[in-house]
Write a protein that binds this ligand. Structure first.
Ligand code: HEC
Ligand code: HEC
Length: 325
């Protein structure tokens, strides 16, 4: 793995805008800020390696194996794949990267108000973004997900941080995110792939998506983190439009990313499957952009959802509380 350079991985996995900027010299980041490079050719050829390999397959072709018509079990409620959000099977920087996950669990989760194992956290994504039912903890599939997550973690600098482990920041404008403006931006930048109704585009065999859906019956549930405006905007900034954005050269401005995320996640305009689960038992631990009351402050549901976020964050800070999003 050490032999693979950051430049090589950037050349191999970035498309569109990156190719256009191929001549740009990327300043070398200090060692601790390098992205983690996972060399899939190094998966061991033994029983553990078999499980790792299946886990990687499951990340990439989730619907094929465990989708509504999955060949190895029917768990997901939709035909999306984990890699649609955790891009490059969870190894792409700034794309809800999963390289550190194995060492970060068990972890206290404010969402449930308790300590969760990594397996339980995987099942949260099976249930919410995939609108499915949980995998049995001792299933071959769950063990494969965990094997894969453990294996990719072996490439990470232990206990330290690396480039793209967390999301890109978005700067909060003074005004609220605007779903009306977001709608116009969506038709300019997004609908050519995700469709005018956010329905996405199925593959020819109907097995999964070439372009995954963003709302409607086949998209992620409202209880998914992707449904939070700030969280989605951070991800969009680094990764969408698919053929134009890179984390080093985002395509959307921060305000545009927030406006589009507000439009995609506007429940007045769009429906989603499943009901939002009313969790976060401790109100003070809710993310700023989680829009279900009760809140520990006096800001409206609307302001929690769309902003302006700065006054909310500042009011929390003034009370000595940590605002998360
Ligand atoms: C619609 C997008 C979406 C899909 C599809 C999705 N996830 Fe997630 N997942 C997220 C988001 C958002 C988070 C939270 C990331 C954050 O807080 O920055 C997350 C978090 C996680 C975490 C916790 C990471 C950590 O270190 O805390 C794991 C593990 C995970 N997902 C696994 C999966 C697996 C496995 C699948 C496929 C079965 C999957 N996800 C499908 C959006 C998605
Ligand atoms: C050129 C086609 C294309 C364009 C344009 C595009 N996307 Fe995507 N989008 C994709 C693909 C492909 C994926 C799945 C990524 C993967 O599997 O690596 C995706 C994934 C997503 C996801 C996560 C998966 C899901 O369905 O929830 C979201 C959210 C998203 N795109 C939003 C947008 C938004 C908003 C825009 C406009 C700013 C946009 N995309 C523009 C192709 C595109």
């Amino acid at each position: 793995m050490a032999a693979v350079t950051a430049a090589a991985i950037m050349a191999s996995c970035l498309s569109g805008a990156a190719e256009k900027n191929a001549g740009t010299v990327v300043k070398e980041a200090p060692a601790e800020e390098q992205p983690v490079l996972v060399d899939t050719l190094a998966i061991p050829h033994d029983k553990f390696g078999e499980s790792v390999r299946y886990g990687r397959e499951l990340m990439l072709r989730t619907a094929y194996y465990i989708g509504p018509n999955g060949i190895n079990g029917q768990y997901l409620g939709n035909k999306m794949n984990c890699t649609n959000c955790h891009q490059d099977a969870g190894t792409k920087p700034y794309a809800f990267n999963l390289v550190a996950s194995h060492e970060n669990y068990p972890q206290y989760r404010a969402r449930e108000g308790k300590v969760l194992t990594l397996a339980e956290r995987v099942n949260n994504c099976v249930m919410r973004p995939h609108n499915g039912k949980p995998l049995p903890l001792d299933s071959k599939e769950m063990i494969a997900f965990l094997s894969y997550l453990k294996w990719i973690n072996s490439f990470a600098p232990k206990g330290s941080h690396f480039k793209g482990e967390k999301n890109l920041d978005v700067h909060f404008p003074d005004t609220a995110a605007n779903p009306v403006n977001g709608k116009a931006l969506y038709s300019t930048y997004c609908s050519r792939c995700h469709g005018t109704e956010g329905q996405g585009q199925l593959t020819a065999d109907n097995g999964t998506y070439t372009y995954p859906p963003l709302w409607g019956a086949n998209a992620y549930q409202p209880g998914s983190s992707m449904h939070r405006v700030i969280k989605q905007a951070q991800w969009l900034k680094a990764n969408m439009p698919y053929d134009k954005a890179t984390h080093d050269k985002p395509f959307l401005t921060d305000a545009e990313a927030l406006d589009i995320a507000a439009f995609v996640n506007d429940d007045k305009q769009h429906t989603r499957p499943g009901v939002k689960s009313f969790d976060y038992p401790v109100a003070a631990e809710k993310p700023v952009d989680y829009d279900h009351p009760p809140f520990v402050d006096s800001f409206s549901v609307e302001q929690h959802k769309f902003g302006p976020y700065k006054p909310v964050v500042d009011s929390w800070k003034a009370k000595g509380m940590k605002a998360v999003y």
